[in-house]
Design a protein around this ligand. Structure first.
Ligand code: IVH
Length: 669
C-alpha cells in the first residue's frame, strides 16, 4: 500500500478509536494497539512531511471535549505523556533528557510514581478553598465538573495550611476495582451495558449529570502536579510531601530514584508485582511515570505540542493468560469483511473474564497456526480487546487439522473475495443479511441518523420478520406494523416512529456518513457535504473532483465513486430522497459551498504579497471561514511577518501554520 493510502487508513482508524474512547467511552482496542497505530502514523508522517495535514490526529493534543458540561479553558494545556514500552525506550528518554540539559554529568535524580489508570483532573483552590474541578477534555478545553468533584471523598474542600492565592493542582480520578465490580453488577442487573474497565467506568461516573449519582459510584483521586504557582518547591519529591501536608491524597508508592538503571529496576519490580498488585493495590495501574525530580530544570527542557520532555510513562507489558481455544468462528462486518475470531474457554485476564478473542484475519491464523482445541496464550494488551498471542503447545500430538478460511460467506453462502493488496476476505453480496444487519446498526447509530430504539436486537427481529431489507425500508415502517413485532409495545412503537420521522431532518453529512461508504468517516462525510452541497452534485462528481476536496484522498475518492456507480446504491439514495431525508447542506457564510467548506482560518502578521482582504476573500470565495481568534476548531493559521500570540497559540494547539506560499498552494491562487 502506498504511504498516502496507509496514512489515510491510519488516520481513519485513529479517529474512529478516539471517538469510541472519548465520546462513547467504550474503546474497542487496547491502549497498546492504539498507541501502535499512532506511532506508525507519526513515523510515516515524519518520513513524508508533505502528507501532514492540519486535521491529522497527530496534530492535536488529545481527544475532544464532549457536550453536557460547561467548557473551561485550561490555563496551561493538560498534556499527555510519551510512552516507553521497554528499558531501551527508558534509556533513550534519559539520553534525550541529558542532551536537553546540556549532558549533565552523573546519574539524573528522578521520581517514579505508579501510573494510575483513571482520568486526569485539574483542581483549582483559591486561598485554600476548592473553587473548580475540570476534566482534561482535549487538553486545551475541558469540562467544568466542579459539582461532581465535590462529591469525591478524597478531595478536600479546604486545604490544611494551603497556599494563598489561586493554584491549580492536577492528578487522576479513578474507580477502585471493588467499586468497579459493584457498578458492573448493578448495571448487569439493570440490563445496562457493562463498563469494559475501571477507567471507562470512572469517566462515565464523572460525566453523570446528577452529583448524587456520582457520589454513589465511589470515585477516588490521587494528585501529583502543581501548575505554575509561587508555592512550587524545588523538587517533585518535596512537592508530593507538600501536597500530602495540605491533606491532598498522594499515591504512597512513589520513590525518589537516582539514575535510569535504578528506575528500570523499579519498573521491573512493579511489572512483576502487578498481577499480585491488583490485590495489593485497590486500583488499576498500567505502568510507571518517571519524572525529572528538579522542577526548575523542567522549563529548560520544555514540551512538545503533546508531551513534556521531562517525564515519560513506562507501560507494563500486557498480562497474558493461557486457555483452551474451543473453536475458530467467523464474523461478517458492515463492509462485508469476514474475520476469524477465537471462541475460548472463559479465562480471567487483567480484570475481566474473556471468552472470545480476535484473530484479525486469515493470514494471522495461518502465521500463528492456531487450531481448534489448542492451548493458547491470550492478552488484552492492558486494556480491552483480547487477542490470541500464540499457541502454547504447537507440538502436541493429535492436534486438529490446520484451519482453513471458508470460501463462502457463513450467512449468505456467496463466494468470498479478497483484493490483491488486502489481508481481509469480503462477502460482496450486497443483500447479505449479516451485512444488512451491521449496516443498519451503523445507519441508525447516534453519529449517523440517530434513530434511538433501533438497535441491534430490534434490527435482527425486523430483518427476520421481513419488515426491512434496505435502509430505505426503515421509512416505510408504521406504528401498526411495528406493534406486530415481538416484544414491541404500543408506546415503543410510537416512540420509534417518532424517532424515525425526526431522523429525516438530520444533517446531510450524517446521511452521507450513515450510508456506510467504505473509508468515509464523519470527517470525510462533512468534507463531501461541504464541498458539493447537494446529493445530485456529489453523485455527479468525478473521481478527480472528489479528490480535490481537502481531507479526501485517492482511496476515499475511489471508494465514493465505486459506491455511487452501483445502480442499487443510486436507487437507495433516490428512495431515501423520496422518503424526505435531507439531501443538501446549509449554505456557508460566504453564500455557497466550496472546497474549503467547514475549514476555519485565522490570519496573523503581514503576508509578503497578499493583503488581509485579498486572503479573506480567497478563503470565503471557496466556502471557508475567517475568524479572529485561534481555537481548537481552527483549521489553519496563515502567518506572515510579526505574527504575535496567535501563532504561539496555534503551535500550542498543534494547528497547521501556513506561510503565504503554502496558503496560495492550498487555495489554488
Ligand atoms: S504526570 C504533563 N503522573 O497518564 C503530564 N500522569 O498517559 C503530567 N497519569 O495524562 C502527567 N498516573 O492522566 C502523571 N502518576 C502520574 C499519573 C499520570 C496517571 C495519567 C495522566 C496523563 C496520562 C498519560
Amino acid at each position: 500500500m502506498d504511504p498516502s493510502s496507509r496514512i489515510e487508513e491510519l488516520r481513519k482508524q485513529v479517529r474512529h478509536y478516539e471517538e469510541r474512547y472519548y465520546v462513547h467511552q467504550d474503546s474497542t482496542i487496547s491502549d497498546a494497539e492504539f498507541d501502535e497505530l499512532l506511532r506508525e502514523l507519526r513515523n510515516l508522517e515524519r518520513d513524508h512531511p508533505d502528507l501532514v495535514t492540519a486535521d491529522s490526529p497527530t496534530q492535536r493534543v488529545g481527544g475532544r471535549a464532549t457536550d453536557g458540561f460547561a467548557s473551561v479553558q485550561h490555563a496551561e494545556p493538560m498534556l499527555s505523556l510519551d510512552n516507553a514500552y521497554n528499558e531501551d525506550d527508558l534509556r533513550a528518554f534519559d539520553e534525550r533528557l541529558r542532551r536537553g540539559l546540556g549532558q549533565v554529568e552523573g546519574p539524573v535524580p528522578y521520581v517514579a510514581e505508579l501510573k494510575i489508570d483513571g482520568l486526569s483532573i485539574a483542581l483549582q483552590y483559591r486561598d485554600g478553598r476548592l473553587i473548580r474541578g475540570a476534566t482534561r477534555g482535549d487538553g486545551i478545553t475541558g469540562e467544568d465538573v466542579t459539582v461532581n468533584v465535590g462529591t469525591i471523598k478524597d478531595i478536600p474542600h479546604t486545604l490544611k495550611g494551603g497556599p494563598k492565592g489561586t493554584v491549580e493542582i492536577r492528578g487522576e480520578v479513578y474507580l477502585p476495582r471493588q467499586e468497579f465490580e459493584r457498578t458492573n453488577q448493578e448495571r448487569e442487573k439493570a440490563g445496562l451495558p457493562m463498563f469494559a474497565n475501571p477507567r471507562n467506568a470512572a469517566a462515565g461516573a464523572m460525566r453523570q449529570i446528577d452529583p448524587q449519582q456520582v457520589k454513589k459510584r465511589g470515585l477516588r483521586a490521587f494528585l501529583y502536579q502543581l501548575v505554575s504557582a509561587d508555592a512550587t518547591p524545588e523538587t517533585h519529591a518535596e512537592l508530593l510531601r507538600r501536597l500530602k501536608q495540605w491533606t491532598l491524597p498522594v499515591e504512597p508508592h512513589w520513590k525518589a530514584i537516582t539514575g535510569i538503571e535504578a528506575v528500570a529496576e523499579y519498573c521491573r519490580e512493579w511489572g512483576e508485582k502487578r498481577a499480585a498488585a491488583t490485590r495489593v493495590l485497590p486500583f488499576d495501574t498500567d505502568g510507571v511515570v518517571i519524572k525529572l525530580d528538579a522542577i526548575e530544570l523542567r522549563s529548560t527542557l520544555g514540551t512538545t505540542s503533546k508531551f513534556p520532555r521531562w517525564a515519560v510513562a513506562y507501560k507494563f507489558p500486557p498480562e497474558q493468560s493461557e486457555t483452551t481455544l474451543i473453536r475458530i468462528d467467523i464474523n461478517v462486518g458492515r463492509t462485508g469483511a469476514v474475520t476469524p475470531f477465537a471462541v475460548l474457554e472463559p479465562v480471567f485476564i487483567a480484570g475481566t473474564t474473556v471468552s472470545m478473542a480476535t484473530l484479525h484475519n486469515a493470514n494471522e491464523v495461518g502465521r500463528k497456526d492456531v487450531r481448534d482445541g489448542d492451548r493458547v496464550s491470550v492478552e488484552k494488551a492492558g486494556d480491552i480487546i483480547p487477542q490470541v498471542v500464540r499457541v502454547v503447545d504447537p507440538n502436541r500430538a493429535g492436534r486438529s487439522p490446520r484451519w482453513v478460511m471458508p470460501t463462502l460467506c457463513p450467512r449468505c453462502q456467496s463466494e468470498l473475495v479478497r483484493a490483491e493488496d488486502e489481508a481481509v476476505w469480503r462477502c460482496e453480496n450486497t443483500s447479505c443479511p449479516a451485512k444488512l444487519q451491521r449496516g443498519l446498526e451503523h445507519f441508525s447509530s447516534r453519529h449517523a441518523m440517530n434513530i434511538e430504539g433501533l438497535g441491534e436486537s430490534l434490527i435482527a427481529r425486523l430483518i427476520a420478520d421481513g419488515l426491512i431489507a434496505s435502509y430505505a425500508d426503515i421509512y416505510t415502517l408504521t406504528q401498526e406494523r411495528l406493534e406486530q413485532v415481538e416484544r414491541m409495545g404500543k408506546k415503543s412503537a410510537a416512540n420509534l416512529v417518532d424517532q424515525i420521522a425526526r431522523s429525516k431532518a438530520r444533517d446531510f453529512w450524517r446521511l452521507i456518513y450513515g450510508l456506510g461508504i467504505r473509508h468515509v468517516g464523519e470527517r470525510g462525510a462533512q468534507a463531501l457535504a461541504g464541498a458539493f452541497g447537494k446529493m445530485d452534485a456529489l453523485c455527479a462528481a468525478s473521481k478527480e473532483q472528489l479528490q480535490a476536496v481537502p481531507d479526501i484522498g485517492s482511496v476515499v475518492a475511489a471508494s465514493v465513486r465505486e459506491y455511487l456507480d452501483q445502480p442499487q446504491n443510486r436507487a437507495l439514495i433516490n428512495e431515501l430522497a423520496a422518503a424526505g431525508l435531507k439531501m443538501d447542506a446549509p449554505l456557508t457564510a460566504a453564500g455557497s459551498p466550496g472546497p474549503l467548506s467547514g475549514r476555519t482560518f485565522v490570519l496573523t502578521g503581514t503576508l509578503p504579497l497578499l493583503s488581509r482582504e485579498a486572503a479573506t476573500e480567497a478563503i470565503q470565495a471557496r466556502g471557508g471561514k475567517v475568524t479572529g481568534s485561534v481555537s481548537k476548531k481552527t483549521s489553519y493559521v496563515v502567518a506572515g511577518a510579526d505574527p504575535g500570540s496567535k501563532l504561539v497559540k496555534a503551535e500550542a494547539l498543534g494547528i497547521a501554520v501556513l506561510d503565504e506560499a503554502a496558503f496560495r498552494q492550498l487555495v489554488g491562487l
